[in-house]
Design a binder for this molecule. Structure first.
Ligand code: ZN
Length: 390
């Protein structure tokens, strides 16, 4: 039995509790939570700072880990995608080693679960043995080309099959890259209960669906894809997605940098298990801008945090994402963002029966964050860093 206490505990009610103790079994299960004064501190290990449950990384692409530092920052999404596509024929050993390292990096940074996008089978070996729980989103796209839908579907369906008994779901890549025909095929074959889609990462997505404007038509034409059967919707991109998708599944909308309050409301009216994932460091890396979190605040129960991949981030570290949000949007409170980073992600991935909060009976992992300070509310210090305890 491990007995620990700290100055601050992010408790299961989303509050910061002072001087609480935790009893943890050898298997990592929470067996007791004690308030200040209910236990003798001499019998408990003291960790100065803050204790939180393990973090949930709601959006990553583990298979792109070898691309770390390869793509320029601040170029905007379309040049970024062009650059990513140009990296082919990388030595398999380099890819495999980068995946092993990235999985370890996330584990050491206190991440206990990951919603991970896969277009290939490269990550299966690591995920089969990892201490992290992965929800594998096998991603499909057909560049809106009806005559290529079947061919692309078969390609990614075979990846899906190869994932075998690992936790998995078939998901569309983004509104701008998936035809209605492909959406239908995905829905007909998917057996997962959680899905994800990249959403409104750049303004051009809305321009495409509103008026057939923006840079996407030209971008796709440069690859020989002509958008020949595309009909604009007269609405923003998220409306196309929710018209095609199934409202009974947990649905993670990823990025949402350009989403409006009406977009979020429409998604929640369609499906109350809609979750909005933010990847702040990736937004800074690619577009050098952040979403309007002031608007997001009123949707706080449905917000999660992701790192995106090492192709568009400097590290796979949820605390670093939290720090970025607080640095640029200081009106947000640490405890609110901790909910985004823990219980909300666990709920989104349907892993909250065991993860996401320090609750008796759960096995959530325990993170120790050093260098915090209390000034009206709890804040991260300059040198705040995370260490995985359990
Ligand atoms: Zn992504």
């Amino acid at each position: 039995m491990l007995k620990i206490y700290s100055d601050f505990l992010f408790n299961e009610f989303g509050e910061i509790e002072k001087n609480a103790g935790i009893l943890i079994s050898e298997s990592g299960e929470i067996v007791g939570i004690l308030k200040e004064g209910q236990f003798n501190t001499k019998d408990f290990f003291y960790y100065p700072g803050l204790l939180t449950p393990g973090f949930v990384n709601a959006h990553c692409h583990l298979e792109l880990s070898h691309m770390k530092g390869k793509v320029d920052t601040g170029t905007g999404l379309i040049p970024f995608l062009k650059s990513v596509v140009s990296f082919r024929n990388v030595d398999q050993n380099i890819i495999d080693e980068a995946i092993i390292k990235a999985d370890q990096e996330m584990f050491l940074n206190g991440i206990v679960a990951v919603g991970d996008i896969s277009n290939k089978t490269d990550t299966i070996a690591v995920k089969s043995k990892s201490k992290i729980q992965y929800y594998n989103f096998i991603e499909f796209f057909d560049f809106m080309e009806d005559n290529m839908t079947d061919q692309f579907f078969e390609q990614y369906h075979s990846v899906y099959e190869t994932f075998g008994t690992l936790r998995k779901s078939m998901v569309p890549h983004a509104s701008y890259s998936v035809s209605k025909k492909l959406f239908k095929k995905i829905i007909a074959s998917n057996s997962g209960l959680v899905v994800s889609i990249h959403n409104q990462e750049i303004i051009d997505e809305d321009e495409l669906f509103n008026t057939f404007g923006g840079k996407f038509p030209e971008f796709f034409r440069s690859f020989g894809f002509l958008f020949s059967t595309f009909e604009p919707l007269g609405k923003s991109a998220i409306h196309y997605a929710i018209q095609q998708m199934v409202s009974s599944l947990n649905t993670l909308f990823v990025h949402n940098t350009f989403s409006s309050k009406n977009d979020f409301t429409a998604a929640l009216e369609w499906n109350q298990n809609s979750f909005f994932v933010t990847c702040p460091n990736a937004n800074l890396y690619i577009e050098n801008r952040l979403p309007n979190y002031e608007m997001w605040k009123s949707f706080s129960k449905n917000i999660c945090i992701g790192t995106d991949s090492l192709c568009s981030n400097w590290s796979l570290d949820i605390l670093s994402e939290i720090r970025t949000i607080l640095k640029y949007k200081s009106y947000l409170d640490l405890k609110e963002i901790l909910s985004w980073a823990t219980i909300n992600g666990a709920r989104a991935l349907r892993l909250d029966d065991a993860l996401g909060s320090i609750t008796i009976g759960k096995n959530p992992g325990i993170n120790w964050i050093q260098d915090v300070k209390f000034q009206e509310s709890l804040q991260l210090g300059e040198n705040a860093k995370v260490k995985k305890l359990v």
